[in-house]
Design a protein around this ligand. Structure first.
Ligand SMILES: *Cc1c(COP(=O)(O)O)cnc(C)c1O
Length: 389
């Protein structure tokens, strides 16, 4: 492996050069079935014709304009994105480049909303143990996992963690004299594909509404159709104040978004926030294709059906090494009795890319465009690997 990169990633020994649909090819010409979609990013697969066309045409027209100005395509993207999130009550959007940056924006909105309306001292943001919200100093502070808090302090102050599913603990933590926002993943991704309990989210929404605390969903991994509804929070029937998106939103071009409902849409004033690349024309052109493709009821229905198919096949094996299968749509976690990493390595050798989420959980985030035949093929490889090891 090239040693020009800093040591941040524990990379598998493969170098990809090309992709088509749910397939990737390495520098030796070997093909791999991709059940990872670049960690929920390439939601339309690799080389999707409409996406390639939109990106190429946009690159030839205009790549970037500074945020002193507006571009036609960024405006069209923002309008379509807000419309897609309107059923969840979203009214306006700020466009950024990444998930962490989107969550930073959400935290700023919560703090300013609270300051303006309730005065100082009410700046805390409550998040869940096991959550993952990003890698910047502030979003690490928001991330409820100790292993991320080594070596990089001091962190941004004002984050408080609660155990997922514990309504009484949440009731106590959401103290209206000190808390501005509650930030939660509808389905926790990095910590093992853990959907939140419906009663818990309903209770959280009630506490937040009663106490004027902003309810903020981090949908960076689970949003944009991944779970079979455009936003994962739609399945809970609650109305968030803020939603953050990134990963799949532009199908592989860097993008992030903070959306705000009635309380949050107009919190930022001119000069309060910004991002040089945020939502530039290239990202917007790609995002328009993703929104046009993913939003139809039929497409979302297919995501749910494919997810059910995967879970159904996994359950039908009744495999002694599989302990639990969880997930929604094409966001699936499988707890196994063995270490996940050797399974990833063995699958790679057999031409299947999968992810882990924690030491003993396999994670599948395939592109939405994966076919039923490819699902059968990929799971066949996994079954062989589990049988052997
Ligand atoms: C990936 C992820 C992030 C961070 O996104 P980046 O684009 O890597 O900054 C934040 N929250 C969740 C839920 C994620 O899955």
């Amino acid at each position: 492996m090239a040693d020009v990169f800093m040591n941040t990633y524990h990379r598998l020994p493969v170098t990809f050069v090309k992709g088509a649909g749910a397939w990737l090819s390495d520098s030796n010409g070997k093909h791999y079935l991709d059940f990872t979609a670049g960690i929920a990013v390439n939601c339309l697969g690799h080389g999707h014709p409409a996406l390639v066309k939109a990106i190429s045409e946009q690159a030839a027209k205009i790549n970037h304009v500074g945020n002193y100005y507006q571009s036609d395509v960024s405006l069209a993207f923002a309008e379509k994105l807000v419309a897609a999130c309107a059923p969840a009550g979203m009214e306006k959007v700020f466009l950024a480049n990444s998930g962490a940056e989107a969550n930073e924006g959400a935290c700023k909105i919560a703090r300013k909303y609270s300051l303006k309306k309730h005065g100082p001292g009410r700046h805390r943001i409550v998040t869940l143990r096991g959550s993952f919200h990003g890698r910047t100093i502030t979003t690490l502070a928001a991330t409820g996992q100790e292993k991320f808090h080594r070596d990089f302090g001091p962190f941004t102050e004002g984050f408080l963690f609660v155990p997922p599913g514990d309504i009484d603990a949440l009731d106590r933590a959401l103290d209206p004299s000190s808390v501005a926002g509650f930030l939660v993943e509808a389905v926790q991704g990095e910590s093992g594909i853990i959907p939140q309990d419906a009663a818990y989210i309903k209770a959280a929404a009630r506490f937040c509404a009663d106490r004027d605390i902003l309810l903020m969903f981090d949908e960076i991994q689970c949003g944009v159709g991944r779970t079979g509804t455009f936003l994962a929070c739609e399945a809970y029937g609650v109305r968030p104040d803020v939603v953050t998106l990134a990963k799949g939103l532009s199908g592989g071009v860097p993008v992030g978004a903070v959306l705000g409902g009635e309380k949050a849409a107009d919190v930022f004033e001119s000069g309060d926030h910004g991002s040089t690349f945020g939502g530039n024309p290239l990202a917007a052109a790609a995002g328009l294709v993703v929104l046009d493709t993913v939003q139809t009821p039929q497409f979302l229905g297919e995501i749910r059906e494919k997810g059910e198919k995967i879970q159904g096949i996994l359950r039908s094996w009744d495999h002694p090494k599989i302990k639990e299968i969880r997930g929604r749509g094409l966001m699936i976690g499988v707890d196994i009795t063995a270490e996940a990493w050797p399974v990833l390595e063995a699958c790679l050798a057999q031409g299947l890319l999968i992810l882990s989420a924690g030491a003993r959980t396999l994670r599948f985030l395939p592109p939405y465009t994966i076919t039923n035949g490819e699902i059968d093929q990929g799971l066949g490889i996994l079954r062989g690997v589990l049988n052997k090891g």
